[in-house]
Design a protein around this ligand. Sequence first.
Ligand code: WTA
Length: 632
Amino acid sequence: MEWTIKSLDQYNTDYQRSLNDTENYWAQIAKTFTWHKEWDSVLSGDLSNADVQWFKNGQLNITENCLDRHLKDKGDKVALLYVGNDPLEKEVRYTYKELHEAVCKSANMLKSLGVTKGDRVCLYMSMVPELLISVLACARIGAIHSVVFGGFSSSALASRIEDADCKLLITNDAGFRGNKIIELKEIADEALTLDQCQCIEKVLVHKRVGNEVQMKEGRDVWWHDLYEKSSSDCPAEVMDSEDPLFILYTSGSTGKPKGVKHTCGGYMVWASYTFENVFQMKDEDVYWCSADIGWITGHSYITYGPLLNGATTTMFEGVPTWPDAGRFWEIIEKYKISHFYTAPTAIRALMGKGDEWVNKYDLSSLKVLGSVGEPINEEAWEWYNEVVGKKNCPIVDTWWQTETGGIMITSFAGVTEGKPCFATRPMPGIEPVLLDENGKEVTGNPAEGNLCVKKPWPGMLRSVWGDHERFKQTYLSAYPGHYFTGDGAKRDEEGLYRITGRVDDVLNVSGHRIGTAEVEDAIDEHPEVIETAVVGYPHDVKGQGIYAFLIVRSEQNEDDLREEIRAEVTKHIGPIAKPDKIQIVQGLPKTRSGKIMRRILRKLAAGEFNSLGDTSTLLDPSVVEEIKKGLR
Ligand code: WTA
């Protein structure tokens, strides 16, 4: 924590240094970690050539930095506070010593199942401590973890396992989530019977719920059987800075989800540095990020970031509204949470339940509030600030992406100013630019454009797993020499950034990234569907809802068909991608060359009839009138 930025002046100095003297700046930060061998060069390669490397030839293991490094001074400090779904279940605490031991034992367990450095391990688990432990156990032995969110369906799981060619799958018998039980093992079994999944040799099953599950002889092994027998001595595998640390799948505007590849050295420095500066924690503070480890936020800011900083991180199994809408606030009171990081969708959902749920609890432990995953609207920001934070807690609105590894644009709690709905300032090392459609930089303030980043930063993705060409195409080709984020942004008079949302065909539904193409592909699987177009529309709680327009083969009961379509999407992706609205239409607005005009569909779905723009170029302008009449 030697280099924490403590004032606006220091931020300005550091920011300038990070751009003008980049290598020395990051070398000084990187030196505060444990390395087996120092790097030969801090930064090599560039965005144009898609060959960026950080801390080249440096050797390290990230788990030594998360765990071993803290044993001397913080061995008895709580590293992980685990809060189960049921408020009556007692919390579990792991000190740094205990977490170190659990990770080492689990790492040996993975070894005994034949996992070695470079192998891919898929984690399909609910929010149990063993998920965080498995992540670190993989990293301990140099296996590459690929966590798949427990809400994805068997076919979504299967395609991710296959794409990364995973050898081992770790799952739970089932998971608790509010009043539901998610049958993870059953779904995993289904995934493995789909013939593309032949790469999996063993399945390690952790028992959480205690329901009866099928164990396949020779393939499936119980976690507790192996764990007991495992030694707690597991020296960390020495990794190269640029060895892959993990793969995490995320949706884009086209095709199937991409396996975003992050590497050991740069990601470690970035996750740690951003956590430290954004949250400004003191040793006695208790941090809670309510995300799921199945998403990047749970990787960087439940697992790696806090542990790299020797902080106490909280992991919660349940949902904000069960058993009632006071659950988050009850947890904050009970465990004296000081730093709370959540998504606007949760804030909006809880705001809708009324202030009395918040006011029932003593939230005086809170010092800092964070927001992540989607743009936060003004009303939600004000409510978070006043009702939750009592106007006493800085709000850090953190903009970043799976691909960026960590926070990119944000305020620093109590150090730089916040502004409602503004992410505000770039992290040191980040040079954001706004570009117009022609790729020309929009200079001066205020300004608006497509948000790009000019220079490589330590935490950036290095590739798309198995498809380097797609990496270049998706991120580095739209504006050569720049990383293109897919987001639009504005800069105000003072140069502070406000993210306005995706400019591509990616939806953000309750903070979950979903590609319209993926949803369309799933809907197309239904035999009655001839053609479909999916767009997002503004939704009070979810941020965006999913609107599907379909052309179908024959007349039939529309309500039944809607149910079947939702089931189809649940089967191929998961319930998070279910369309909120489904409208059956005779035709879709298309250009004369046959391209669907999504811009028009988006306007229609949002009910913005006055700004449809020019529809005269459509092949058949009358479809617009027809759709308008049938809007749901
Ligand atoms: C959006 C989540 C506005 C954005 C960490 C981005 C945000 C996408 C914010 C990445 C924010 C994330 N304000 N929009 N503070 N944070 N986004 O990969 O559109 O799941 O491109 O990473 O979420 O989503 P992802």
